[in-house]
Design a protein around this ligand. Structure first.
Ligand SMILES: Nc1nc2c(c(=O)[nH]1)N[C@H]1C(S)=C(S)[C@@H](COP(=O)(O)OP(=O)(O)OC[C@H]3O[C@@H](n4cnc5c(=O)[nH]c(N)nc54)[C@H](O)[C@@H]3O)O[C@H]1N2
Ligand SMILES: Nc1nc2c(c(=O)[nH]1)N[C@H]1C(S)=C(S)[C@@H](COP(=O)(O)OP(=O)(O)OC[C@H]3O[C@@H](n4cnc5c(=O)[nH]c(N)nc54)[C@H](O)[C@@H]3O)O[C@H]1N2
Ligand code: SF4
Ligand SMILES: [Mo]
Length: 692
């Protein structure tokens, strides 16, 4: 029989944060439900959160360390695994130097504090994350512009919302859950949606701007043009708090509304209407999403949209885009001992001198890593440790990623399951899911909260990632605390709480102060909003933002149009899957059994494609297949495809990684990357479609 114990914790089946009550019986989680006291989710949970028991107790889950011997996986003990990794890493370090080891993670994972501390003490500057094209790129670009990431202040009740390339009802990304937007929208705020696809938000919007994918920076120029031309900016803010307003205005003038209409395909009168609505309604906020970052315009686009927030006086204003105050806990950089890396080691960061903004936020671009392995330039990575990431599926030019990871002398992967990436490893370490984890969660976000994620159960021999980094570090002579709880005490120390006290409390919230700049300016070299960036200037980049045409588009590569007449917009998320994860969870897979490519019915007719057909999608780099679904809400020349597909039900070691993997089609060559941050274009290229 056994009693049901209810444990309060926090989900992390996506970027995480939703409050959960886990029901535990006889040492097993039998179900989860939403926690109505959660300040993040107010009792709601999505399909992925609700399905966590199917993930944690999945029959394919690997629950003990393994080593590959003669191409076959063999069970080993934790001691054996950690000893071997420590020995192999140490010998790479002794023979070549610590920079020859790459440490990697995927999207916003909560263990980054421990991962970075491990890498820093190991002595490698080469940390490979998704941050160069997702979120950290927005953080880095706003860091040099306004000192931090400005977040939509739903708590301040904006009267106008621009949903700019974000789909929070499906994605609940970064700081926000779809519910925050929805609650505000229902109170009657005006809504402008900027999205090439007519999704849920576009359908609700007062104005929908259906732009050509990837031209957001040009569209932002259009908005700014109207705002400057019609004196809709906040003269007091502009006068006192913007660096280089006059030079910025000159740059904006180069992008006339006619030119912007031509670039973006959005009718100029609609741009005018939207710019007026945004600038005249106070307060107004911009809720931005990841497509604004996944192009060669990443840093410039972020800086231009920040310029809109600033020019209209909505920066750090209630209901605008604010710089939330985080609760008093240690930040990742304090915790991770960045100082452990000497100047000499820092200077060895792959691409550090090429992508100066990326170098500043301690990450490398994957192309740099693959090149290092495959060409030994500027030196060769020999070993790697990847935690919670599946680059064979999620990084551009997947075939190159596959070749590079296959060539490493020694690879360790930490995951719940064997994936196409994990199959390339020499040692597999079984990580605990969020049900098996204690953590001061959400501490990488800028929404002003940290929440307690409490361990509910232990499963097999799995360890939470934090513990793996700590125990491996100790084997290598690193400085760590005796237990994970002790390390959490250290993270929490500035708050005056211990982990035990914090987990009873549930969460901490930073005390919000608006208009902080009036007292102390912005945290930039000039103390102002640097629309003219003194930092970029110092590094030799254009100090003013602009729109640069996409590297592979009908405009830049007309010669490709005969063979590849369509624009591929790749990376449509679905509510049930998280990137490459969840395809093996029956409740979720049942909802979306196949990879979907959306095609306008007119285009489908032209190409002889029927709804439900398997369709070849081909780019200059390769060919994969997905299943056709008609969508009248996209431009007939745009094809929208899901990413993240492999087939866990297929045979190991490949699990069909190259059948429907959209990233085989995406380009990662240097010409296509953002010059400052190194962002990869994961969203747009030219393609063709045909029935299989
Ligand atoms: N074409 C295209 N490609 C894209 C995108 C796109 O829009 N278009 N989006 C990109 C973006 S924004 C991102 S952030 C990247 C994400 O890229 P990744 O982070 O590499 O992708 P995921 O599939 O989320 O991560 C994969 C693995 O992490 C494991 N995992 C999950 N949680 C944990 C954990 O707590 N511990 C450990 N050890 N393992 C865990 C899962 O089982 C899964 O196998 O993908 C990018 N790829
Ligand atoms: N269920 C689920 N949730 C997720 C993820 C997942 O894989 N599955 N991934 C997580 C991660 S790592 C991230 S980064 C976030 C991303 O989450 P979001 O920021 O919401 O990004 P997307 O869902 O990729 O795209 C948002 C919207 O932008 C539109 N769009 C596509 N291209 C463009 C463009 O060029 N310009 C503009 N303006 N709009 C465009 C899309 O049609 C879509 O409606 O989601 C996170 N949450
Ligand atoms: S939105 Fe994310 S954090 Fe919330 S329940 Fe879903 S997967 Fe979990
Ligand atoms: Mo992401």
């Amino acid at each position: 029989m056994g009693e049901v114990k209810k444990i309060r914790t926090a989900c992390r089946s996506c970027h995480g944060g939703c409050g959960v009550i886990a029901h535990v019986k006889n040492g097993k989680v039998i179900k989860v439900e939403g926690d109505s006291d959660s300040p993040i989710s107010h009792g709601t949970l999505c399909s992925k959160g609700l399905a966590v028991t199917q993930m944690a107790y999945h029959p394919d889950r690997v629950t003990h360390p393994m080593k590959k011997v003669d191409g076959k996986w063999q069970r080993i003990t934790w001691d054996e695994a950690l000893d071997e990794i420590a020995t192999r890493f140490q010998s790479v370090k002794d023979e070549y130097g610590a920079e020859h080891i790459v440490v990697g993670q995927g999207t916003g994972r909560d263990y980054e504090s421990h991962l970075y501390r491990f890498a820093n003490q190991l002595g490698t500057p080469n940390v490979l994350t998704a941050g160069h094209m997702c979120y950290v790129s927005r953080v880095a670009s706003t860091l040099i512009t306004v000192g931090s990431l400005p977040i939509c202040d739903y708590r301040g009740e904006p009267k106008c919302i621009i949903m700019w390339g974000c789909n929070p009802q499906w994605t609940n990304p970064d700081e926000y859950k779809g519910g925050d937007f929805w609650t505000n929208y229902k109170k009657g705020s005006k809504l402008i949606c900027i999205d090439p696809r007519k999704g849920f938000v576009a359908k609700k919007a007062d104005l929908w701007l259906q732009l050509r994918p990837g031209t957001d920076a040009a569209l932002a120029m259009g908005f700014l043009n109207v705002i400057i031309d019609e004196d809709l900016y906040d003269p007091e803010f502009v006068e006192n708090y913007i660096n280089g307003w006059d030079e910025f205005k000159e740059r904006v003038k180069e992008f006339s509304l006619d030119r912007v209409e031509e670039i973006t395909w959005v009718d100029k009168e609609l741009i005018r209407k939207a710019a007026r609505l945004y600038a005249r309604t106070k307060p107004a906020c911009i809720h931005w999403g990841v497509p604004t970052e996944q192009t060669n315009n990443c840093a410039d686009c972020t800086r231009l949209i920040t310029g809109l927030m600033a020019a209209t006086g909505n920066l750090d204003a209630p209901g605008g885009n604010v710089l939330y105050v985080t609760p008093p806990t240690r930040t990742v950089s304090e915790f991770s001992r960045h100082k452990d890396l000497s100047r000499e080691q820092l200077a060895k960061r792959l691409g550090g001198d090429q992508f100066k903004l990326g170098g500043r936020v301690a990450l490398i671009n994957p192309k740099k890593a693959w090149d290092s392995i495959l060409t030994s330039q500027p030196y060769q990575l020999k070993a790697g440790l990847l935690c919670g990431t599946n680059p064979v599926i999620t990084r551009a030019n997947a075939k190159e990623a596959y070749a590079a990871l296959s060539k490493l002398d020694f690879l360790v992967v930490m995951d719940f399951f064997l994936t196409p990436t994990a199959e390339l490893a020499d040692i597999f370490l079984p990580s605990g899911t969020w049900l098996e984890q204690d953590h001061v969660a959400d501490n990488w976000k800028r929404h002003g909260f940290v929440v307690a994620r409490q361990k509910c159960v232990e499963i097999g021999e799995c360890w939470q990632d934090h513990k793996i980094f700590m125990e491996l570090g100790k084997k290598m002579g690193q400085e760590w605390w005796p237990t994970v709880e002790d390390s959490l005490d250290y993270l929490l120390e500035p708050s005056g709480l211990t982990w035990d006290e914090f987990k009873t409390k549930g969460y901490l919230k930073g005390e919000m102060v608006y208009h902080k700049y009036k007292e102390r300016g912005f945290s930039t070299p000039t103390g102002k909003v640097e629309l003219y960036s003194t930092v970029l200037e110092k590094w030799g980049y254009d100090p003013l933002p602009k729109y640069t045409e996409l590297p592979e588009s009908p405009v830049s590569k007309p010669e490709l149009l005969e063979k590849f007449p369509y624009i591929l917009n790749a990376g449509l998320r679905t509510p049930t899957f998280f990137h490459s994860a969840n395809r093996n969870q029956p409740w979720l897979r049942e909802i979306r059994p196949d990879p979907i490519v959306e095609i306008h019915p007119d285009t489908a007719a032209k190409e002889n494609i029927k709804e439900g057909d398997w369709v070849w999608i081909e780019s200059p780099r390769g060919k994969i297949k997905e299943k056709a679904k008609f969508n009248k809400g996209i431009d007939p020349s745009v094809i929208v495809a899901e990413h993240g597909w492999w087939y866990p039900e297929m045979e190991a070691p490949g699990y069909g990684w190259d059948i429907s993997n959209i990233n085989i089609l995406m380009d990662n060559s240097y010409e296509t990357l953002d010059p400052a941050i190194g962002s990869t274009n994961l969203r747009n290229c030219l393609c063709n479609v045909s029935p299989v």
